[in-house]
Design a protein around this ligand. Structure first.
Ligand SMILES: N[C@@H](CCC(=O)N[C@@H](CS)C(=O)NCC(=O)O)C(=O)O
Length: 200
């Protein structure tokens, strides 16, 4: 099966980190695209015109990243990163939704400029920026340092913060968020984070 991705896409990074954490790299072919130059190709694979997309061996295509991650996780039941137990399962899935939603707000700001060459209207920048800070505060209160134990929610948090550091380096996301900062300083040393760093 083939994962359509770009090295800068944080949603794809989450899926790539999951593949590495689960030791499943050999099961995948990684097909790198550029969302601007390869837009037509991407639309041909995924009607939403977005990456990541996962093309299965029978030609079926999975999107978006939460669906792809669920599929990857179920490839090997021995190390589930989306736990089966109800309470922790929905904590992890909500953490993923939080990180993905934060990213939607970041991308609404940065992608507009990239595509149009213009700044997003100030009212919308303020709305999305408030959403980013609220989401970071929620991440600060929800993060639990489980040492070496990793789950999909943590991978989503890591991909989201990695993208903030890439695209909004002046945001000062660490200020007043000690739990999250300490946790991030550890997760960023993991092979899955290092091996998926964005290359521009
Ligand atoms: N909800 C989607 C979001 C995917 C997404 O927005 N991907 C961006 C790249 S980071 C993209 O493909 N953008 C291209 C476009 O919108 O034209 C997911 O979780 O997979």
């Amino acid at each position: 099966m083939q994962l359509i991705y770009s090295t800068t896409s944080p949603y794809a990074r989450k899926a790539r980190m999951l593949i590495i954490e689960k030791g499943l790299v050999d099961h995948f072919e990684f097909y790198q695209v550029n969302t601007l130059q390869d837009a037509e190709f991407i639309r041909g694979v995924n009607p939403l015109g977005k990456i990541p997309a996962l093309v299965l061996s029978d030609g079926e295509v999975l999107y978006d990243s939460p669906v792809i991650c669920e599929f990857i996780d179920l490839l090997d039941h021995s190390t589930l990163l989306i736990p089966a137990e109800k309470q922790s399962r929905f904590e992890v899935l909500t953490n993923q939704a939080l990180a993905d939603g934060l990213l939607d707000a970041v991308i609404a700001i940065v992608a507009f400029k990239k595509h149009s060459g213009e700044e997003l209207p100030r009212t919308l920048v303020e709305k999305h920026t408030k959403s980013i800070f609220r989401s970071l505060d929620a991440m600060e209160s929800r993060i639990t340092d489980a040492g070496e134990v990793i789950d999909l929610g943590q991978l989503a948090f890591a991909a989201a913060i990695g993208f903030i550091e890439l695209r909004m380096p002046d945001l000062n996301w660490m200020a007043g968020r000690n739990e999250l900062s300490n946790w991030f300083s550890r997760i960023k040393k993991r092979a899955s984070f290092i091996q998926t760093r964005p290359v521009e």
